[in-house]
Write a new protein. Structure first.
Length: 304
């Protein structure tokens, strides 16, 4: 199989350079690494000169869209059987990441796969634990039959580290071209609706976490909810709040058990802001435009 990796970049830094180094050491290297970079002035071409399979294509900031930009990268991967995606701040945990991710496609029903995201407990302990909750140690294959038990997690998928069977990606029409966020789960939901399967590959591991402030959590969850409303389908048929409640309870219990009570106030505040953002996003059509623009992370989505 020909595997092409598409990575959108914007002001790529140390994490991206480390990622390129580790991608070059993979037991199964991507045949091409296609970078779709936002704003050429922020990209140092010397970063990619050591690698003969890396190429960069520049776009303007106003052209960036979570779905359209990645679909543009996919259009450049003309010979690929497997389209792989990462973000520029995700770093392979080991040299087996690509190999382990694409093993999912040995099963003919699998059309999409995503890897396990891990956080450094020394850098962000809360996210370290919540990553374990959302990305457990056990791999699994998810189909439409799992909706009753998994709910919204049935079509959870993340382009932080993902791969798609090219034929099925094209059959689904590629990523939506106007997406505020969540283009990966939108694609996965279409595949699940079409009786295909999404695989979680726990042994395809990447380091990836954020250090968002509470207000940033609100903006992010606002956009998440907007994406669900705008693209409807299964998103409007299953509830996601119940999964959130489970994670909150489990995280607070874990922090108590580990004696990290000092982290609980921050976690409760962050969770509250997430919930507020999500609720506002689900009801964004009732809000005035000026308020929507204050709540979103993605201003360009609301233009024309």
């Amino acid at each position: 199989m020909v595997i092409d990796l598409i990575i959108p970049t914007y002001k790529p830094g140390d994490k991206f350079q480390e990622s390129l180094k580790r991608l070059a050491l993979q037991t199964r290297k991507p045949d091409r690494i296609i970078l779709v970079n936002t704003e050429a002035e922020f990209f140092d071409e010397e970063m990619i000169t050591p690698y003969d399979n890396v190429e960069v294509h520049h776009i303007k900031k106003e052209e960036f869209d979570h779905g359209k930009t990645r679909d543009y990268g996919a259009s450049l991967a003309k010979e690929a059987d497997i389209l792989m995606f990462m973000t520029d701040d995700a770093i392979p945990k080991d040299k087996y990441m690509v190999e382990n991710l694409i093993k999912a496609f040995d099963d003919p029903i699998v059309t999409a796969a995503y890897g396990r995201q891990m956080a450094d407990p020394e850098k962000n302990y809360i996210e370290y634990y919540t990553r374990i909750f959302n990305y457990p140690l056990e791999s699994r294959v998810k189909t439409k039959e799992d909706l009753d038990t998994l709910g919204i997690k049935t079509f959870f998928c993340s382009n932080v580290c993902s791969a798609y069977r090219r034929s099925e990606y094209d059959a689904m029409g590629g990523f939506e071209h106007k997406t505020i966020f969540n283009e990966d789960m939108i694609m996965a939901s279409k595949m699940i609706e079409d009786r295909k399967a999404v695989a979680y590959q726990a042994d395809a591991r990447v380091w990836h976490w954020h250090n968002y402030k509470a207000i940033q959590q609100l903006h992010r969850n606002f956009d998440l909810a907007v994406s669900q409303v705008d693209h409807g389908g299964l998103f409007l048929k299953v509830r996601s709040e119940s999964e959130g409640v489970k994670m909150v309870i489990a995280t607070i219990k874990h922090l108590f058990k580990k004696g990290k009570l000092y982290l609980i106030p921050k976690y409760v505040i962050d969770t509250g802001f997430k919930l507020i953002g999500y609720k506002l996003g689900r009801n964004y059509k009732k809000l005035p435009k000026w308020m929507v623009l204050k709540l979103t992370m993605n201003q360009t989505y609301w233009k024309a």
